[in-house]
Design a protein around this ligand. Sequence first.
Ligand SMILES: *[C@@H]1O[C@H](CO)[C@@H](O)[C@H](O)[C@H]1NC(C)=O
Ligand SMILES: *[C@@H]1O[C@H](CO)[C@@H](O)[C@H](O)[C@H]1NC(C)=O
Length: 211
Amino acid sequence: MLSFVVIVCTIGAVTGYASGPPTSACADMYPTGHETNAQTGTPYFEITTAENTYSAGGTVTVTLTATSNYYEGVFVQARRATSNCSDGTNDGAVGSFTIPNGDTFLQLISCNGIAGGAVAHKTSSHQTSKTITWTAPAQTVGQIYFRGVFVRNEETFWTDIFSSVVKPTGDTSTDLTVCPVRTTLNGSGANRPIAIVILLSTIITVLSRGV
Ligand SMILES: *[C@@H]1O[C@H](CO)[C@@H](O)[C@H](O)[C@H]1NC(C)=O
Ligand SMILES: *[C@@H]1O[C@H](CO)[C@@H](O)[C@H](O)[C@H]1NC(C)=O
């Protein structure tokens, strides 16, 4: 019996969790079992929402799409957008998900003490579109967005797929920050939104110099 357990654990590590991420991945959502860095090229996955506002206890319909090709693994949570990514506001999943009845690809995972705080795959079949539902906490938690890891295959995955910001109804303030995510096996790494901010500020600097 012990050797059986050891073999199962070893296969789990080698295959990068074909049956879904371990709960130890809840916090930084990095798929360490894949034993490599995330992709940095343009992803062909997106997370879209049917609503751009939410109310306390209300729902948001979320779609996980491969705009080309397919994905065979996903890991999705809602996170709080914030004005300070170091203050802990963004650190854990908020709200809970439901998945379609009888779905053979998706499962709910408990993260940040919330049953259904994350959605993940439970098999590694090929998918192009899945629609899930997010239910907001009983009290609103400010601006949120959906953050996903999409796995094309064992070595090819993106950790920085984000939806647009979804605001509490009546929140007319500007969008807060979608915080950087881990992109490398051995460190934190940069992420695309920060690279865009640096690129934009470089362009603005160059333009303001009249070059
Ligand atoms: C991570 O670090 C280990 C140990 O230093 C090294 O062997 C491995 O090549 C590194 N992996 C990546 C993807 O950088
Ligand atoms: C962000 O939060 C950290 C941790 O609470 C704090 O040390 C830092 O001063 C904050 N930064 C800003 C700009 O408020």
